[in-house]
Design a binder for this molecule. Structure first.
Ligand code: C2O
Length: 548
């Protein structure tokens, strides 16, 4: 194993998209940011220098951070932000994971432009459990805002209403030909040779949209999800939620097809109340040796309707752990503690704890909750408070194990927008086996929520529509080869059950990866205590850890 060192200079840089030229936060002047490549077992050190006029932190999305919670990155959870002019070195090992993950800023909405791929190759000499592709291509799906994303969320929080939507979806930062004003260099192009297989390392880095993805005339083979191998399966349309990653094989036609190029299309999956950006963004797969093809006007692959929840459920149901001798699925069978969490939107009455106007539903202010608790960001790092055992005034270890207000979760929206506020966590003893049923609520219209857990991969043991029924649904769990991920979508008007073993001491946030919902408080945290053995304890913080 090696030590891989990177330097991230966070600087403003001038970028033009959709005919708008503006200065955006970047890493090393690049948008999207640099690709990090490591091997499983390596140590990764990323020295960050903050040279923008805002706080910043970085999160290595999906990296387990075994006993390295100080490097996890969510602001006010595992560290105080890196202030302007300050530096911090993220230093951690990649243990037992391989595939595609990614990194992104974890302060306010800065991840809109501060993100990049994190590729974990297997240890040297260890092959993939599928044929080696000819080429591997990171493909980050994102969103572009003509406005400053920080201004968009600040405005939404001030008014209490929903934020403005982005102006384009992007492929590696490029919006493609379907928007006004896109120029020749604005389209992402993948040049392929007939008969060769390419591995797309897909990442959904969009702020607020789950996305459908398809390539015209090509079938994709899914081999990996969230840096876990899955039983390969073929699909013409993928669904990928913000935070999720997916490695897919694309085999170019054996003989050069008569058409020189094919459209790659991305469009949103949503049931969001109110407005959303329902545009389709396009990239191009073009066949060598033919000359570069026009990107405009290519026939689009068929994509499901924007609200086709059945298509999403069918796709999600196909993921299975590889569960082979080399890559066994260690699914916890017995559970020590069970939790039932509702996730969904809520609303504060007006006047609310926050001053400002009230442009949410019926003159309220939008909030979002887990078990009717809207997460209040603390003013200091929870991990620091935990390490010093100074909880008073910072957090309360009494996060409710069931919703504060019970109701029919998925039927006709009942008038339940009940919201409390707090920084409440669930304390867990080391090595507790946890099951969480995440139940979507329909208090303001049902909507799916991509829930991301820091510090762990979890097994997705069950899912369904309607209200979770402990008596019948539990018996249908897959405990043989459930997919293991770090981000799962709680289905629209449905539920999903996950299991993990709390073997990583620290404070770990679990939150909706739609940034607007995170900003509204759709988050909670697990406080995992140290075990008794020396290798079960959280080490002290690095000396350069930022202070609040
Ligand atoms: Cu990808 Cu807490 O984030």
């Amino acid at each position: 194993a090696l030590t891989r060192r990177y330097t991230f200079n966070v600087t403003m840089a001038t970028v033009t998209r959709l005919c708008v030229t503006k200065s955006i936060p970047t890493v090393n002047g690049r948008f999207p940011g640099p690709k990090i490549v490591v091997r499983e077992g390596d140590r990764l050190v990323v020295q960050v220098h903050n040279s923008i006029n805002n706080n910043v932190t970085f999160h290595w999305h999906g990296v387990r951070q075994l006993r390295s919670g100080w490097a996890d990155g969510p602001s006010y959870i595992t560290q105080c932000p890196i202030r302007p002019g300050q530096s911090y070195a993220y230093d951690f090992r990649i243990v037992g994971q391989r595939g595609t993950l990614w990194w992104h800023a974890h302060f306010s909405w800065l991840r809109a432009t501060l993100y990049g791929p994190l590729v974990i190759l297997p240890p040297r000499g260890v092959p993939y459990p599928f044929p080696k592709p000819h080429r591997e291509v990171p493909l980050m799906l994102g969103e572009w805002f003509n406005a400053d994303p920080e201004a968009v969320i600040m405005q939404a929080l001030r008014t209490g209403g929903g934020p403005n939507v982005s102006d384009a979806y992007t492929f590696n930062g490029l919006p493609g030909p379907t928007y006004n004003c896109s120029g020749a260099g604005d389209t992402f192009r993948l040049r392929v040779t007939p008969g060769r297989t390419y591995m797309l390392r897909l990442v959904n880095a969009a702020l607020n949209d789950e996305l459908f993805f398809a390539v015209a005339n090509h079938t994709l083979t899914v081999v990996q999800a969230d840096a876990n191998y899955v039983k390969p399966f073929a699909a013409t349309t993928l669904v990928i939620s913000p935070g999720q990653t997916m490695d897919v094989l694309l085999t170019a036609a054996a003989a050069a097809p008569s058409a020189p190029a094919f459209a790659v299309a991305v469009a949103p999956y949503t049931n969001t109340v109110g407005t959303f950006d329902n545009t389709t963004a396009v990239a191009v797969v073009e066949y060598a040796p033919q000359p570069a093809a026009a990107a405009r006007g290519l026939p689009l692959p068929a994509l499901p309707l924007y609200n086709d929840t059945a298509a999403v459920a069918n796709f999600s149901a196909r993921f299975r752990s590889l569960a082979s001798a080399a890559y066994p699925a260690r699914v916890p069978r017995a559970v020590d503690r069970r939790f039932f969490f509702t996730v969904g939107l809520g609303a504060d009455p007006c006047p609310s704890p926050v001053n400002g106007t009230c442009q949410g539903p019926n003159g309220t202010r939008f909030r979002a909750t887990v078990n009717n608790v809207s997460f209040t960001m603390p003013r200091t790092s929870l991990l620091q408070a935990h390490y010093q055992r100074r909880y008073g005034g910072v957090l309360a270890a009494n996060f409710p194990a069931a919703p504060l207000m019970k109701f029919n979760y998925t039927g006709t929206p009942p008038n339940n927008t009940f919201v409390t506020h707090g920084t409440r966590v669930v304390p867990l003893s080391f090595n507790t086996t946890v099951e969480v049923v995440l139940q979507d609520t329909s208090i303001l219209g049902a909507e799916s929520h991509p829930l991301h857990l820091h510090g762990y991969d979890f097994f997705v043991v069950g899912t369904g529509f309607g209200n979770y029924d402990a008596n019948n649904d539990t018996a249908k769990y897959n405990l043989v080869d459930p997919v293991q991920r770090n981000t799962v979508s709680v289905p629209t008007a449905g539920w999903v059950a996950i299991r993990f073993v709390a073997d990583n001491p620290g404070v770990w946030i679990m939150h909706c990866h739609l940034d607007v919902h995170l900003s509204w408080g759709l988050a909670m945290a697990w406080l995992v205590n140290d075990g008794s053995l020396p290798n079960q304890k959280l080490p002290p913080p690095p000396s350069d850890i930022p202070r609040c």
